[in-house]
Ligand binder design. Sequence first.
Ligand SMILES: Cc1ncc(COP(=O)(O)O)c(C=O)c1O
Length: 456
Amino acid sequence: MSLGVASANEVQKREKKPEVSGGRINQSDMARSDGLWERARKVLPGGSTRAAVWFSPHPPYIVKGEGAWITDVDGHRYLDLANNLGVLIHGHAHPDVVRVVQEQVALGSCFAAPTPHEVALAELLQERVPAFERIRFINTGSEAVGLALKAAHAFTGRSRIVKLEGVYHGSNDFAEVSDYSTPENWGNEPASVAAVPATPQGVLDAVVAIAANDLAIADRVLTTHAAEIAAVIVDPVPPRAGMKPLERFFLEGLRTLTRRLGMLLIFDEVIAVRFGYHGAQGRFGGEPDLTVLGKIIGGGYPVGAVAGRADVKETTAKDVASSGTFTANPITMRAGLASMQLLTPAAFAELDALGERLRSALTQFFDEQRLPMQVSRTGSVFSFYFHRREVRDYRSYFKLPEELKRTEAFFRAMLARGVFIASTGTVFLSTVIGPGEERIFIDACKSSLLEIYTAA
Ligand SMILES: Cc1ncc(COP(=O)(O)O)c(C=O)c1O
């Protein structure tokens, strides 16, 4: 099978094992994955259900995950450092999670009634982040963003929202505005650019984009439209603005402004909650009114949640109903509880130390080899950038065509060596990565980079 080239847009968008083995994947031996792809394209639009994990001509189809490793239908094993884009913080099929899920499957998967498990998971989250005075679960991060925005509308009586240009908050009509702005359409200052053709003008009018870490623009926009703005939503560690925390002055400035102008400040910690025992807000500050959660809190099962001020949650609970059929299902709640219980303060510290060891080894290699590269890291997540400019917002993050090409070539070179990272060049670490896996990863990075820079 020859690996075709993904478009720029595709790239942009989209057991503790007994013995450690990496090694080259024979890409001409992907017959089963090829066959599945042939079938898939006849039943799934574009051949795939999930844009974020698709790459051309098609990804390997996966049949098994154990600890830090996954296996495809053709029997190739990969070291998995994508971990379903940040969900699997304990890798695949952690025994504590498997145990409670199996127990619950036998007890019944869902009921038209609450279960004790949603109370237990909510209590754990509240104990760790006292600002989570009330918590409501839902099935995905995208739905949770929608729920938080609706709560903001209902609480403030205002209908517009402010978001950071280029920052992803899931598939939600409003939150998607300006997600994929390009130099051709973004203008002098952040603008409300449609992410989907024929987005209703009403959606675009309801969203105002601002730049990360630019308090002057935020001040002007919030003050000018104060009477209409319900909330400002930010990811406190936006991957598309540098994979590092928003600067403290910016967060504090937003907090002061929103409080003064009667707006809510919403943090999207769907990924960022993994940056600390007390969440991203416990580590980097910001005091949001509401926080959107997802990914790790479901232990590998579908989840989202909105947590925050009791007055906001209680007064809007009736108007902003959320009654999804699978909401707070006991399998997710138990898997989430088991997974979060494993995340002790020591586990966070070890993940941080692992991230720093890898960042430092890679940076040393870039310097020795004089590669125009950097690794931008917060905690257990990092991104490879094929340049050395400072990234502090979406515009400085935005990959030039040459950088996109290198990102893609690196992703494919890593895959060929049996190391699976996100196609955007992002690595999500897990607690089951041992010294053997560290070594495999670093060796694969070095040989992949030498290969792509030699080929260039
Ligand atoms: C910051 C952020 N918000 C929201 C979402 C949407 O979450 P979900 O994919 O569960 O709908 C994501 C997903 O990657 C995300 O990274």
